[in-house]
Design a protein around this ligand. Structure first.
Ligand code: IPM
Ligand code: MG
Length: 356
């Protein structure tokens, strides 16, 4: 029996996670999945109830469970709080606490949705790339950091840092994933300007020696952003630092036409994972039955694959999502002319109904 901590979070988080739970319940009753669910608070809603975006109770539950399913965090009402009390701190704190260093962000174009992309169909059709983002180091966590007074004016600073071991472990993640795909890793840095980039590049070269079957190339981050939009199909696996990965993964997600379709995994060395949709909490459409629950439902599939080794059931979820898309059902964000537009809850029911 696997135990999963469910953290809906804020905004559309509650609605979309509710749909994923419907799917899990059906899999539990009819397909021998034995997943026990534990419920907790994170983000702004946790702050409202407990005064902290990451209550101790949530941290304890995270340690007692085998993985986490998260909706999304953030919203306008919490934006002016102290940095340590903001919803994002809940997310960053969980990543750090559970040492979820390896963030997998696939960008896959569903053939049914090729016309939803803002790019030409021939540029994106068949797109299947994986961004492997380092998630618990780099400039996001580096010290010193702050906003202080200096030389008679205000001064802001952050520090980008990586130990060799931190680069090595994310490198190994990327190469091992590439071995199961097209065996190509593109490492993204800014070695032409930053020492940390030069260092990153050298460490990746070292890791590559363990994987003679995988091709390693390097690209500067600015060029990588350009290439993602120009010819995204040239990439198989991209590996990069926390900050570049944040930016490039949003770019990659958009190539597919809907960020509402893409799940993600954040793993530690024991394959404990936090699974969440790539998109945010979308407070502007929260509570209106408009959000696309498919990324969250597909996050459950990713969890079954990467943390629980239940490939068969994961494939059932993927097949059910494909079937619903084939039947022409779409939430508003992915709808084109002639589609059957449905709400969040109905989309959840359709996926449950398509499981077989
Ligand atoms: C992401 C998000 C987070 C990040 C925010 C919400 C802290 O943008 O997961 O990509 O910057 O990592
Ligand atoms: Mg981001």
């Amino acid at each position: 029996m696997s135990k999963v901590l469910v953290l809906p979070g804020d905004g559309i988080g509650k609605e979309i996670v509710a749909q994923a739970l419907k799917v899990i319940e059906r899999l539990n009753t009819d397909f021998n999945l034995s997943m026990e669910l534990v419920h907790g608070l994170v983000g702004g809603s946790a702050y409202d109830e407990t005064g902290s975006p990451l209550p101790q109770e949530t941290l304890d539950a995270a340690h007692q469970c085998d993985s986490i399913l998260l909706g999304a965090v953030g919203g306008y009402e919490w934006e002016s709080l102290d940095r340590d009390l903001r919803p994002e701190k809940g997310l960053l704190g969980l990543r750090a606490e559970m040492d979820l260093f390896s963030n997998l962000r696939p960008a896959i174009l569903y053939p049914q949705l090729a016309s939803a992309s803002t790019l030409k169909e021939e540029v994106v059709s068949g797109l299947d790339l994986m961004i492997v983002r380092e998630l618990v180091g780099g400039i996001y966590f580096g010290q010193p950091r702050g906003i202080i007074e200096k030389d008679g004016q205000m001064y802001g600073f952050n520090t980008a840092t990586y130990y060799q071991s931190e680069i090595e472990r994310i490198g190994h993640s990327a190469f091992q994933i590439a071995q199961k795909r097209d065996k190509r890793v593109c490492s993204v840095d800014k070695a032409n300007v930053l020492e940390i980039g030069e260092f990153w590049r050298g460490v990746m070269e070292g890791v590559a020696k363990d994987y003679p079957d995988v091709e390693l190339t390097h690209m500067y981050a600015d060029n990588a952003a350009m290439q993602l939009v120009r010819a995204p199909k040239q990439f198989d696996v991209m590996v990069t630092s926390n900050l570049f990965g944040d930016i490039l993964s949003d770019c990659a997600a958009m190539l597919t036409g809907s960020i509402g379709m893409l799940p993600s995994a954040s793993l530690n060395k024991n394959n404990y994972g936090m699974y969440e949709p790539i998109h945010g909490s979308a407070p502007d459409i929260a509570g209106q039955d408009l959000a696309n629950p498919l990324a969250t439902i597909l996050s459950v599939s990713m969890m079954l694959r990467y943390s629980f080794n239940q490939l068969g059931i994961a494939e059932k979820i993927d097949a059910a999502v494909n079937k619903v898309l084939d039947q022409g059902y779409r939430t508003k964000d992915i709808a084109s002319k002639g589609d059957k537009v449905v709400g969040t809850s109905e989309m959840g029911d359709l996926v449950v109904g398509a499981l077989q």
